[in-house]
Design a protein around this ligand. Structure first.
Ligand SMILES: [Zn+2]
Length: 157
């Protein structure tokens, strides 16, 4: 669909991809609330997860843990962490988050390697779905007390 960012990314913004399979992909969130936050979306315009079936649904579901594994691998290396911090520094509209990213980079390696993750999907505008293309937010958990509980309260509107 024209004018849909989630349709455009796998076609024209491939440098943003963290993971992809045939029918789905993962990217770093442009509006992160936690370090390494990602978004997983199906390729091709789909407003509602119920429109997916078969291999398309399987690829979307599998892309969640696969994207997490890519993020985990990236955060397990200094080079990967620096790539992520550069990405955050380029998000000029989130200067506070860029400072947080630099702070995270200054921490020791093990603290930054996520051990698990949470996911969230806003299904329907009524539930806060802001883009008319279904997607899942992935929140890597890197440190205890990362503020994710408060963040989720804020995220779910
Ligand atoms: Zn779309």
């Amino acid at each position: 669909m024209d004018d849909c960012i989630f349709c455009d990314i796998p076609v024209n913004q491939r440098d943003r991809l963290v993971f992809e399979n045939v029918h789905a992909y993962g990217i770093f969130s442009p509006t992160p609330a936690v370090f390494g936050q990602a978004i997983i979306a199906p390729k091709g315009h789909v407003t509602d997860v119920r429109q997916l079936s078969g291999q398309r649904l399987e690829d979307y579901v599998h892309a969640v843990p696969k994207t997490f594994e890519e993020i985990r691998k990236m955060l397990d290396s200094q080079e990967g962490r620096e790539r992520l911090v550069r990405y955050y520094l380029a998000l000029n509209e989130y200067p506070r988050f860029s400072k947080y990213a630099l702070h995270m980079l200054s921490l020791s390696g093990n603290i930054l390697v996520p051990q698990g993750y949470n996911t969230g999907t806003n299904d329907n505008e009524f539930a806060g779905q802001s883009q008319p293309h279904i997607h899942t937010h992935l929140f890597p958990r890197t440190v205890k007390g990362d503020g994710i509980v408060a963040m989720v309260r804020n995220f779910v509107r």
